[in-house]
Design a binder for this molecule. Structure first.
Ligand SMILES: [Zn+2]
Length: 124
């Protein structure tokens, strides 16, 4: 399987309830299918994003199941999926630390800038 080129940027988020900072990856493509099936997972232990591609046939609803399998395969339990939730035309995410729907988007930066600031981007 050839690896797709991944384009996008890193979005920093802060929880309004517990103040924990986290990150998410914003996939970008010039066509819709360029980002289809791509998911990012966030570590709750370190400043790290794990980018993965859903196996063919798995849809967005299956992401948590895929994450459980991936975590077992990698021997990790620190990865979380920030599922976007549109409510009242507002984009929110649930905080991976405290569970509050209070994650607020902050600065968006390039993958290179994120790495320079000490962040890790892992492709699996
Ligand atoms: Zn929180």
């Amino acid at each position: 399987m050839t690896r797709r080129r991944i384009d996008g940027s890193v979005l920093r988020l802060v929880c309004g309830a517990c103040q924990t900072a986290t990150v998410d990856f914003i996939f970008r493509g010039d066509v819709d299918y360029a980002t289809e099936g791509l998911v990012s997972f966030t570590s709750v232990e370190r400043d790290e994003l794990v980018l993965a591609e859903l196996p063919a046939g798995l849809d967005d609803a299956s992401v948590e199941r895929f994450l459980a399998e991936l975590s077992a395969r990698l021997g990790r339990d620190d990865l979380r999926y920030l599922r976007p939730d549109y409510r009242d035309n507002r984009l929110t995410y649930q905080c991976p630390q405290c569970g509050a729907r209070e994650l607020r988007p902050g600065r968006e930066l390039s993958t290179a800038a994120y790495r320079r600031s000490g962040g890790v981007v892992t492709r699996v």
